[in-house]
Design a protein around this ligand. Structure first.
Ligand code: ARG
Length: 468
């Protein structure tokens, strides 16, 4: 099919477009991805204009059958689609229709515009894309919960400023990441809601001049309702921004998880060993096993955040109405969607395949420095104001450091020279287990709380699966 021979416009032109410019303005190389949506929208529109008396029953049947044939051929013969020189996906379908059934094919464009078509197709894409991403986020959460459950009693050094701070459970750390991804599911829902209104019937900008039941059309296509304002319908890309924002936050969460995993896989930490399935070797250093899965996940964050900033920039200066700049909305969103979806799937696999080095985590969690707060809390429970308790323990730690000793191994008599409030029970308070058990506040890292949290996360996930 030589699509450029039958353009969607041209009556008012004396000369054909410059070849370089024609290529420059084509969107079919990327918007062919919307083909199935375009066909679905064409079916719904044909029925709507049939109901409005603009097509005869026979014409509508002819068009609907031809649309099915186009779909069947496109699915079988990728070369037919990819090799087409159509201007865009709307042009491709119209040309294919006319080729199959002659001038009746042109009737389907009655009362509409590519402006409301593309806005409708793209929203349908985003609604399906949200569902796919949601599924992948849920898979990753499930993988985090599984590992948390497997290693539920294992402590690790909790860190702030990347310095040893207080003991926490490794499971608590994994569930911290899961919480972020749970919030991502809410953001995805919001993005799906933002694409819940159907622009079809807005036509070029002012609304169609024919008697179309827009509400019925919206429902037929799976939208909740028609858009409220025809001009806004064809100008707005908020739904794309909302999805890109949701993707950007997911990518940022993935990147932070990746950063933790790259650090934890280093020989300095050695908290985890990435699974062979998710590692690569070095072409020169035979000993190396690199956490490339996580590095690439971290690297691909840029795809989502740059698409968000790109579209914000595209939209910023546009006058109201359709402007051709809007064609630039699709490619970056497709890329951001593809990369983030792939990154989520790889992350879920890499979490599941990693080995957790429990002895190493326990050893790191036994660092006495992690227990300084426990000693201060001990003094507070005996009545000393926290600020003074902090000061006392700081002095103990400093003196032990100078003597080249671990402060937790100082005898009780020595501790009592810093504060008479210390007694025999202090030794019991100064262990990672005691520190963990003390943090039984809601949301804390005490083992009993973390076991509850694992169960609750499982329930939340199961509820979401039912909703999906
Ligand atoms: N390919 C165009 C896009 O993606 C379709 C809409 C064209 N509309 C127009 N008035 N030229 O935005």
């Amino acid at each position: 099919m030589s699509a450029s021979g039958s353009k969607l416009w041209g009556g008012r032109f004396d000369r054909p477009p410059d070849e370089v410019f024609y290529e420059f303005q084509r969107s079919f190389p990327f918007d062919q991805r919307l083909l199935l949506y375009e066909l679905r929208v064409n079916r719904a529109w044909s029925r709507a204009i049939r109901k409005a008396g603009l097509l005869s029953e026979a014409e509508a049947d002819l068009i609907l059958t031809a649309l099915d044939q186009i779909q069947a051929r496109a699915q079988k013969d990728r070369g037919w689609v990819q090799g087409s020189d159509a201007e865009d996906v709307h042009h491709f379908v119209e040309s294919a229709l006319v080729e199959l059934i002659g001038p009746t094919g042109w009737k389907v464009h009655t009362g509409r515009s590519r402006n409301d078509l593309v806005a409708t197709d793209f929203r349908l894409f985003v609604r399906d894309a949200v569902a796919a991403t949601r599924g992948a986020v849920m898979q990753l959460i499930a993988a985090l919960i599984e590992q948390a459950d497997h290693h539920s009693g294992v402590p690790m050094p909790g860190m702030t400023h990347l310095q040893h701070a207080q003991p926490i459970l490794f499971a608590h750390f994994l569930l911290a990441h899961a919480e972020g991804f749970f919030r991502d599911l809410d953001r995805l829902e919001a993005a799906r809601d933002a694409a819940a209104e159907c622009p079809l019937g807005a036509a070029a900008l002012a609304g169609t001049a024919f008697g179309i039941d827009r509400a019925a059309l919206a429902h037929e296509l799976g939208f909740e309702r028609p858009t409220a304002n025809s001009l806004d319908s064809i100008s707005a890309r908020d739904f794309a921004l909302d999805y890109l924002y949701a993707l950007s936050v997911i990518a940022t969460h993935l990147s932070r998880l990746a950063e933790d995993m790259v650090l934890f896989a280093s020989s300095e930490f050695a908290f985890v060993t990435p699974g062979d399935e998710h590692s690569t070797g070095s072409s020169i250093m035979p000993q190396k096993k690199n956490p490339d899965a996580w590095e690439l996940i971290r690297g691909k964050t840029a795809s989502a955040s740059s698409a968000l900033f790109g579209l914000l920039t595209t939209l910023k200066g546009l006058p109201t109405g359709y402007q051709r700049d809007l064609q630039e909305d699709k490619e970056p969103l497709f890329a951001a969607h593809d990369q983030t979806l792939a990154a989520l799937t790889v992350a879920a696999g890499a979490i599941a395949s990693m080995q957790v080095n429990e002895p190493r985590l326990r050893e790191a969690a036994a660092d006495p420095a992690l227990l300084a707060t426990e000693a201060a809390d001990f003094l507070v429970r005996r009545g000393l104001p926290f600020r003074q308790a902090h000061e006392v323990v700081g002095k103990i730690v400093r003196e032990a450091e100078r003597a080249g000793q671990s402060w937790t191994s100082l005898p009780l008599e020595k501790l009592r020279t810093f504060s008479p409030l210390f007694d025999e029970s202090v030794q019991r308070a100064l262990s990672a287990d005691a520190a963990l058990a003390a943090r039984s506040v809601e949301g804390g890292t005490a083992p009993a709380r973390v076991r509850e949290a694992i169960a609750r996360c499982r329930e939340r996930l199961a509820d979401l699966e039912v909703d999906a």
